[in-house]
Design a protein around this ligand. Structure first.
Ligand code: MN
Length: 202
């Protein structure tokens, strides 16, 4: 059985950038629904039920066709959101360590990276995500994902990511995705991103 993880901070902790009402609904309703629907999808598959969401996404060939799309949607939704809560913090901090070096060598500097990442996130058509990933050949890259498709499905490791589904920002920002992304940079947990990168390099 999959369960909804607690947020690592209070619902109002990311104010004024991400509002409390959005966080409550996003975590308590949207993320919870991915967890519930993943459990439902696996109800009749006791063999698969022992796998983590990551293992399911890494081994989709083992998932029977009738439930494959449900597993992609809901294991994806569960892992993407669990990742997303951790990559935000009320105490944002500047990028550092090996990740900073890699951002500089890949994108020129942190501001250029943020600009490219923002452009990528703005260009997601409809519901989806933008991630900074470490590819399986060891390079940093930007990757758009539609719906709840996870970078893990393609053998990539997410380092940083932003949810650009309207449910992530519509209550406060309505159609202004650019304002939401600009605000989101204020709550990025770069320490966590650095940790994700260091883990990914192993
Ligand atoms: Mn979401």
């Amino acid at each position: 059985m999959f369960t909804l993880p607690d947020l690592p901070y209070k619902y109002n902790a990311l104010e004024p950038y991400i509002d409390e009402a959005t966080m409550k609904i996003h975590h308590g309703k949207h993320h919870a629904a991915y967890v519930d629907n993943l459990n439902k999808a696996l109800e009749s598959n006791s063999q698969l039920a022992g796998n983590s969401a990551t293992q399911l996404l890494q081994n989709l060939a083992r998932v029977p066709d009738p439930i494959k799309q449900a597993v992609i949607n809901h294991a994806g939704g569960h892992t993407n959101h669990s990742f997303f809560w951790e990559i935000m913090s009320p105490k944002s901090n500047p990028p550092g360590g090996k990740l900073l070096e890699a951002l500089n060598s890949t994108f020129g500097n942190v501001d250029k990276f943020k600009e490219e990442f923002t452009n990528k996130a703005m260009s997601v058509f409809g519901s989806g995500w933008t991630f900074l990933i470490l590819t399986h050949d060891g390079k940093l890259a930007l990757k758009r994902q539609s719906f709840q498709n996870s970078p893990i499905m393609q053998g990539n490791i997410p380092i940083l990511g932003v949810d650009v589904w309207e449910h992530a920002y519509y209550l406060k920002y309505q159609n202004r995705r650019a304002d939401y992304i600009a605000a989101w940079w204020h709550v990025v947990n770069w320490k966590q991103a650095e940790q994700n990168f260091n883990e990914a390099l192993k």
